[in-house]
Write a protein that binds this ligand. Structure first.
Ligand SMILES: [Zn+2]
Length: 308
């Protein structure tokens, strides 16, 4: 319905409000403005970075849709695998969104370890790598974009200067984009507070699997991660840098895995339930990093066996 008859209430003439028609008009205008903004984004990114162009085109070739959304809170953008759509927060500035588009399109090209089948350690390791990979590709694009889109580069430097510097220094040294991406990937893990936010959301997700019998069984090995992110040396996925969590995250993983339904009847032997966080290094509140409990246990057993 687009129009209605005039309404007269208590002698006051109220003109017909053509809400539907206005909404449709406003929506059309908004969609047109969004389309134009997106077209200009693509043009600017394509003209300033061959790496970005390749990522965005590969994403579009997979049928991924790109759209704007006004309801993303403080988030710059996201990729929804279920809807196969990259969404950009239309309230944010161009310089923030240009490289976000590359970051989210890179997510659309990844093959994540889905679901609650993963152990806490496996899931966290996998999510960290996906994020570091998207960020490393964003750095690679921004490095090329800095001449034509200096504001996008400077904006990223403000929030993720350490990662961008790692990329820049390595590229300057080797002129090898893959080595520079690996440097940025590793640098992603250096900001402990930032990484912990991701770990925390992983725990919140895993918590929902307590009643699901298949949950928390599958580990994600360093071999598998090295296979997926082939520009990163496998040793990194085994390193202390890649495998350190906060005390709080270790506690959260332990309580989630111990509360799983398959341990429901095991009330008398709960301290012996194996938890995947015992394979993580743990950073205490003073910032000191302690080796994985399982590594300490194995070393003790080895010493015992040798002293026999
Ligand atoms: Zn991301």
């Amino acid at each position: 319905m687009s129009s209605s008859a005039p309404i007269i209430l208590g002698g006051v003439f109220i003109p017909p409000v053509q809400t539907n028609q206005m909404d449709a008009e406003a929506k059309k205008k908004r969609d047109e403005a969004r389309k134009q903004r997106l077209d200009s984004f693509k043009k600017r990114v394509f003209e300033s970075s061959s790496i970005a162009k390749e990522i965005i085109e590969a994403s579009m070739a997979k049928g991924v849709g790109i759209c704007f959304d006004s309801d993303l809170g403080g988030c710059l953008g996201c990729f929804s695998p279920s809807m196969n759509v990259v969404c950009l927060n239309e309230k944010m500035k161009d310089e923030q969104l240009l490289s976000t588009l590359v970051h989210e399109c890179q997510h659309s090209l990844q093959t994540p370890e889905q679901g609650m089948e993963n152990t806490g350690k496996g899931y966290i390791s996998s999510v960290r790598a996906l994020e570091a990979d998207a960020m490393a590709h964003q750095c690679a694009a921004l490095y090329q974009m800095q001449k034509k889109e200096p504001e996008a580069f400077n904006d990223f430097m403000k929030s993720h200067g350490g990662i961008m510097m790692a990329y820049t220094q390595e590229f300057y040294k080797t002129k090898d984009a893959n080595k520079a991406k690996a440097a940025a990937f590793k640098a992603w893990y250096a900001d402990a507070k930032y990484v912990e936010k991701y770990d925390h959301s992983c725990c919140e997700f895993l918590e929902q699997g307590m009643m699901y019998s298949g949950a928390y069984k599958k580990d994600v090995s360093s071999e598998k991660l090295a296979e997926k992110f082939s520009y990163v040396p496998e040793e990194f996925f085994k390193s202390k840098e890649a495998n350190t969590v906060s005390e709080q995250t270790a506690k959260d993983i332990a309580s989630i895995e111990k509360a799983h339904i398959r341990h429901a009847l095991n009330w008398f032997n709960r301290s012996n339930i194996k938890v995947s966080c015992d394979d993580f290094y743990v950073r205490d509140q003073k910032g000191e990093v302690h080796p994985p409990k399982n590594q300490v246990k194995a070393a003790l057993l080895k010493n015992k066996a040798m002293s026999r």
